[in-house]
Design a protein around this ligand. Structure first.
Ligand code: GLN
Length: 279
């Protein structure tokens, strides 16, 4: 069977499962299995594929048919132009988180600073800030020991181990340091809304990284409270929030002595992260 036929078969199998991105997904899986770029497989689509590769391809297509996200099938996701290793113990890094990283980098410019990433997951935020600012030092914490393992792999992969530390610890149990910046993309989905998420998220992404309790604000609140003792005076708190949480979170920030500096919106014009300074 040639590459073209392989991709067509894969695409068909995904289409019957109503997967909108069936062509692209099949191409991505083929390029992963054949270990070459998507452009290469399109140019060389008449080449034959051996039996072993075909059966590996079919295995991965079957996983996608069950709505497993491509990023978990491939164990990787691009974030801030870097190829992060991920697995089911970590959230798949999202574009709105990149927008928060962008805001932080512009806000802090090239200053030397220390920072803490609460709920670091794959370390996508930690590694992106570290690589963008070579004068920075960062700590990542996560309550999931499995996520910390993934974070460690990424930190080593990007050779950032000399300017970072990782701890398998909750924020409550984290003392002894003060930072110029605390950043977090905490779980912020209301528990009751988890069941309404699309299948690929609901069945595959870690609940621990998604579920923000009754009103979705449990962890956001904890991060805001606790950061009063982890941030230096005039330190920056950057927090990602869910859709519709902007008013409540801004009110809490102001009440607790933070001054809001920047609201960052997503492509749909919703405020999805807030940068504020502790006074
Ligand atoms: N910091 C990671 C991310 O932004 C994980 C966040 C989380 O698990 N809630 O993708």
């Amino acid at each position: 069977m040639n590459i073209l036929k392989l991709i067509q078969n894969g695409s068909k199998s995904l289409k019957i499962k109503n997967i909108q991105s069936h062509v692209v997904d099949s191409e991505i899986i083929a390029s992963f299995v054949l270990n070459c770029s998507r452009e290469d497989i399109i140019v060389n689509n008449q080449k034959n594929v051996n039996f072993e590769k075909i059966s590996f391809f079919n295995k991965l297509i079957k996983r996608r048919q069950k709505y497993e996200p491509i990023s978990y099938i491939l164990n990787r996701k691009e974030f801030w132009s870097k190829d992060f290793e991920i697995d089911k113990s970590t959230l798949i890094p999202r574009p709105e988180t990149e927008m928060m990283v962008d805001g932080i980098i512009k806000f802090l410019k090239k200053k030397r600073f220390s920072f803490l990433d609460v709920g670091t997951g794959s370390a996508c935020i930690l590694a992106s800030i570290l690589s963008e600012n070579i004068n920075s030092f960062g700590v990542g914490i996560d309550i999931s020991s499995k996520a910390i393992k993934v974070a460690r792999k990424n930190i080593l992969k990007f050779n950032l181990q000399n300017r970072s530390k990782l701890f398998n610890r909750s924020y409550e149990n984290f003392y002894g340091y003060k930072f110029d910046l605390v950043v977090s993309n905490p779980p912020y989905i209301k528990s009751i809304d988890i069941k309404n998420l699309s299948k690929d998220i609901r069945n595959y992404e870690p609940k621990l990284a998604l579920d923000g309790g009754k009103d979705g604000l449990d962890v956001i609140k904890k991060v805001i409270y606790k950061s009063r003792s982890t941030l230096k005076k005039n330190g920056l708190l950057a927090i990602e929030i869910g859709n519709g949480q902007h008013k409540k979170v801004s009110r809490l920030l102001k009440l607790l002595g933070y001054k809001i500096k920047l609201n960052i919106k997503d492509y749909r014009n919703n405020v999805r992260s807030i940068l504020s300074v502790l006074k």
